[in-house]
Design a protein. Sequence first.
Length: 251
Amino acid sequence: MSDRTPAGQFFDAAIGLLQRVRDEEADAITAAGALLADTVADGGRLFAFGAGHSSLAAQDVVYRAGGLALMNLLAVPGAVGVDVMPATLGSALERVDGLAAAVLDSSPIRSGDALVIVSLSGRNALPVEMALNARALGIKVVGVTSVAYAAQTTSRHVSGTYLKDHCDIVLDSKIAVGDAELTLDTVPAPFAPASTVVTSALMQAVMATAAGALADRGVEPPLLRSGNVDGGHDWNARVFDQYADRIFYRR
């Protein structure tokens, strides 16, 4: 019997979205994992970027037990998360022209690296310019976004384009415009966003694919272990030493 409580409906909606991205984005996930594996095998570095709540999925793959040690956060001060005060400043920064170029110029990212850009709408200047400029620098770009926004909203970038238009590979989260899965007659606005659940799952699926692809080539994936298991710190210290020139969150 179906659970028609708001919690039950949310779980049903989230599970449905996860099943859709598993089935419909399988080829893109495989391609994205292979791109990251190629980058690691060729001596490149890995970066992830997201602004506001989209940054949650990017941060989830950085310095993560069970994750790739080479994944670094490309941070934009004031735009990563909601810790900046006022929190609305982050949303404003996403619309600033030229900010992405300044961030890329001052970051360690370089030609031959790979950058995963997470942006639910993909319509703001920051993620669009980040992708456009990164590719011009010879950086491979994977975009994680909801393609529906490109059909139902107006771009906020001067070019009229979206994140999806400037990526080597696009992963579509399938999230509906507005990012709210539930409605009730007694509630005046849609509610219960699922983008973080789905986007984080997509990101972890890509990381798992990359690790498997490296292993298939006979390359040991540079994985981190939990510091809360015996031997975890020693394991991580070895990985940090081996890849010191490709890990930037320890500096």
